[in-house]
Design a protein around this ligand. Structure first.
Ligand code: AMP
Length: 282
């Protein structure tokens, strides 16, 4: 595995790899866990070569968020990726990604609104901008993203469709199911912030979501069920619920009632200083 942090070096490495077969990109912010490795394995199954990017993207963190505290462990991450047969670890620094004079922003309307877009203003502009740059830098045939960040996946697909991207084409943007701990907690680099007591409380999120979905399927009204879900989280030790919403799974349009199309329950809630997100088919 080559670890590369210069764009010209990346370009020449990729020229050789692309000549040998399809290239897959897995964008990450590092602090890798087995959820990330699920994406890497899915990428390996579909492409000749896998490129993983690690870049803690300042543009997707708001003022007062955890940019400085975000876990950084490049050497350990590189060892994990090497063992997974990754061809290239693309690890640019902020000055390489956003050189002096950098002035362009990508803003995806509609799907970026509400949910994490409301709780974290500017977050999805930062995500869309860096992912578009990563696509142009790596020019992958396919790219893999986790369903853990359901709204992010919708934003990236919308961008790829709207900007007529070809590397990757919107249909080659692949979502991978959420990897969970045995107790149901969705794996996240931010779980490292949890104290032992908070870690013990955290699975309440997935459990309360499953109970809400069962209630909705049983005919309970959506608004009341979501209010009960919020109460269950607060009673379970969470300090605040940023949102708990039922949405159309594809368009992310709000759903007042469960219709016939695919629906998704999406929740973000705060446990101590950690913000946890999760989503499930509903
Ligand atoms: P991050 O490093 O948190 O930006 O995540 C990088 C990629 O890994 C994103 O596409 C995430 O959606 C995905 N990811 C993170 N956690 C999980 C998980 N528990 N299961 C599946 N994919 C995940």
């Amino acid at each position: 595995m080559q670890t590369i942090n210069r764009l010209d070096t990346l370009r020449s490495a990729l020229e050789k790899l692309a000549a040998e077969g399809p290239v897959a990109l897995v964008p990450t912010m590092g602090a890798l866990h087995s959820g990330h490795l699920t994406l890497v394995r899915a990428a390996r199954a579909r492409a000749a070569h896998v490129v993983v990017s690690i870049f803690v993207n300042p543009r997707q963190f708001g003022a007062g968020e955890d940019l400085d505290a975000y876990p950084r462990q490049l050497a350990a991450d590189a060892a994990l990726l090497r063992a997974e047969g990754v061809a290239v670890l693309w690890a640019p620094d902020a000055a390489t990604m956003y050189p002096s004079g950098y002035a362009t922003n990508i803003s995806v309307g509609g799907v970026s609104d509400g949910l994490c877009g409301a709780a974290r203003p500017g977050h999805f502009d930062g995500v869309a901008t860096v992912v578009c740059k990563l696509f142009n830098q790596v020019r992958p045939d396919i790219a893999l993203f986790g369903e853990k960040d359901w709204q992010q996946l919708a934003v990236i697909r919308r961008m790829a469709r709207d900007l007529d991207l070809t590397q990757p084409h919107v249909d080659a943007i692949i979502g991978a199911p959420i990897a969970r701990a045995e107790d149901g907690l969705a794996l996240s680099s931010r779980n490292a912030y949890l104290t032992p007591q908070e870690r013990a409380q955290a699975p309440t999120l997935a459990r309360a979501m499953q109970a809400a979905i069962a209630a909705i399927h049983g005919g309970a009204p959506v608004a009341g069920t979501l209010a009960e879900l919020e109460q269950a989280l607060l009673a379970g030790g969470f300090s605040a619920v940023d949102y708990a919403e039922l949405r159309d799974a594809d368009t992310l349009a709000p759903l007042a009632e469960r219709g016939t199309g695919p629906a998704r329950l999406l929740v973000a809630a705060r446990l101590g200083r950690t913000r946890l997100i999760d989503n499930m088919a509903a």
